[in-house]
Design a protein around this ligand. Structure first.
Ligand code: SF4
Length: 527
């Protein structure tokens, strides 16, 4: 039987069903599909919910490749058990951020192979070694972990893929985007930058005793000095594993990005998000770039990229929308704000603040201060943008004082009419400096006041939409209200529910009439 690979997108599914960001299609599974296409191996992508709950979804596939995060452990376990019951012969490959804890994941989930970190070259190596159809000596393959008798073997780290290969050789699949139901209305992520330039580190003492003793490397002007820490503290914000897993930034070429977007738009995709841990790291300096706030953003390179994308017919005709997300406040200068305002008016740059306390921000390894975030929000508003700000509760080092400072910051952000504050609970991510800290309990008393303050601000912001007419795109039938359809504004804005049955991808104009929650409004389709 011809090898056919089922790629399971389990990202953010957690224990079974994605509750937030239901409209996002990450670039990970399409990247993996691109390697199978490169090797002429037929493949298909399915959401994990469909694999688990829709009969016959796995029919015709001989091998399994799962893309997941550590929070998705429960669904990954279910899928592997289900697959082993129905197709014990086929290979089970597992990869994505879940690979940050190789020993534990291989012992507990028992995939045939866990692909650690960056997957393209490792997967190509496995395929060209004929691993899908025959037994090979896996210890010869870099960048994997596998079970050998009672032990888990972790092979040596694979060198990072060059920018040239990331642009000209490994190309994410475009056609497989059509495997996602409702893809026409989804935010489809297109990778622009891989890795992050924040090679500062936390100053908080870690549970195993590692602690910064200020050797000076993190402040060195020599970018290579910042790569390693004598205390072996992972680089970056303590809660984040990006620099440790993906290294310093590598940018894809303008041609690669533009041609991928052109094909996606021709396939009836309407919402493109330029994916980067820090979008302003795009072509911002030579490799390795380990200084998060200098040199300044490469405005020429970014402008060239955005103007080429904006000149694609679907963008010009306004039936497709382009946005960027992650922005470092310390790089968000007036020229940058003006560039976005000219080329991507009304977008919502996402700016990480995490805590309102200057001291706490420094100790967790943040490269931008809360004050710089406040300035960035004010600048963004001045240029007509709609910034989002991220905050985290339950972080190591949090206390009553830092929470109070965060609540004060929420008030200041509200005064600046911040578009939305995204508050989430600290999660100890494998591969991050804070991997061994405990997450907060859901009803953790210390952060209740912060949660209420954020919910209040987000709900109040929704009232600004009442009476507005927005162009929106139909996504899926409402899961809670019979006869209603869920819509996403083509540009930025809240999730909308409206009466009527519309097929995914239908473009309509909606008048917003009611605020239902701090994340949902109701409207009426007017055209
Ligand atoms: S390299 Fe490590 S010990 Fe040195 S300053 Fe940075 S975190 Fe501290």
């Amino acid at each position: 039987m011809t090898d056919t690979v089922l790629i399971v997108d389990a990202l953010s599914a957690g224990s079974g069903q994605r509750t937030s960001s239901r409209d996002s299609i990450g670039c990970g599974p399409r990247t993996i599909a691109g390697v199978f296409e490169l090797c002429d191996i037929p493949c298909g992508i399915r959401r994990v919910e469909d694999v688990l709950y829709k009969k016959g979804t796995t029919r015709g596939f001989t091998h399994l490749a799962i893309s997941a995060m550590s929070m998705d452990f429960p669904v990954v376990e279910q899928v592997i058990k289900m697959w082993n019951r129905t197709r014990p012969q086929g290979r089970i490959l597992l990869g994505g951020p879940i690979s940050g804890e190789p020993q534990r994941m291989v012992s507990l989930l028992r995939p045939d192979v866990l692909i650690i970190g960056e997957g393209e070259a490792t997967l190509e190596d496995l395929i060209s070694s004929d691993y899908l159809d025959s037994s090979i000596d896996l210890s010869m393959i870099q960048g994997i972990a596998f079970k050998k008798r009672k032990d888990v073997v972790v092979t040596s780290r694979r060198p990072a893929i060059s920018e040239e290969k990331l642009s000209d050789y490994y190309k994410p699949s475009t056609f497989r985007v059509m495997d996602y139901s409702g893809y026409q209305a989804s935010r489809v992520y297109v990778e622009v930058v891989r890795g992050c330039s924040n090679f500062q580190r936390t100053k908080i003492r870690l549970p195993d005793g590692r602690e910064c003793y200020d050797c000076g490397s993190c402040d060195s002007v020599d970018p290579t000095m910042r790569l390693d820490c004598p205390e072996d503290i992972p680089p970056g914000c303590g809660f984040c594993s990006v620099p440790a897993t993906w290294g310093s930034p590598r940018s894809r070429s303008e041609d690669a990005i533009v041609s991928e977007i052109e094909t996606l738009l021709d396939l009836d995709v309407h919402r493109i998000v330029l994916e980067a841990p820090g979008f302003l790291d795009y072509k911002r300096g030579s490799y390795p770039l380990t200084t998060p706030c200098s040199p300044p953003a490469n405005i020429d390179a970014i402008s060239n990229l955005l103007s080429r994308i904006n000149s694609i017919p679907q963008m010009k005709d306004g039936i497709a929308h382009l946005s960027v997300e992650n922005i470092k406040a310390c790089l968000f200068s007036e020229p940058v704000a003006k560039m976005f305002s000219d080329m991507l008016p009304s977008i919502s740059p996402n700016i990480g603040m995490e805590t309102g306390s200057e001291h706490h921000a420094r100790t967790i390894g943040k490269c931008s201060t809360p004050q710089e975030v406040l300035q960035a929000v004010s600048l963004a508003k001045k240029f007509g943008l709609n910034p989002f700000v991220y905050l985290i509760y339950g972080l190591p080092g949090e206390n009553i004082l830092t929470v109070k400072e965060s609540v004060d910051m929420v008030k200041k952000l509200a005064d600046l009419s911040v578009e939305r504050i995204i508050l989430y609970g600290f999660r100890p991510l494998p591969g991050s400096a804070f991997a061994d800290f405990d997450p907060p309990t859901h009803d953790d008393p210390i952060s209740q006041e912060l949660k209420q303050a954020v919910s209040r601000v987000n709900r109040e912001r929704k009232y600004a939409y009442l009476g507005r007419k927005v162009k929106a795109i139909a996504a899926e039938a409402s899961l809670t209200h019979q006869g209603y359809t869920m819509f996403y504004p083509l540009k930025e804005g809240p999730l909308i529910t409206a009466l009527g049955g519309y097929s995914p991808g239908t473009l309509v104009d909606i008048e917003i009439e009611e605020v239902l929650s701090d994340g949902l409004v109701r409207g009426t389709v007017i055209k």
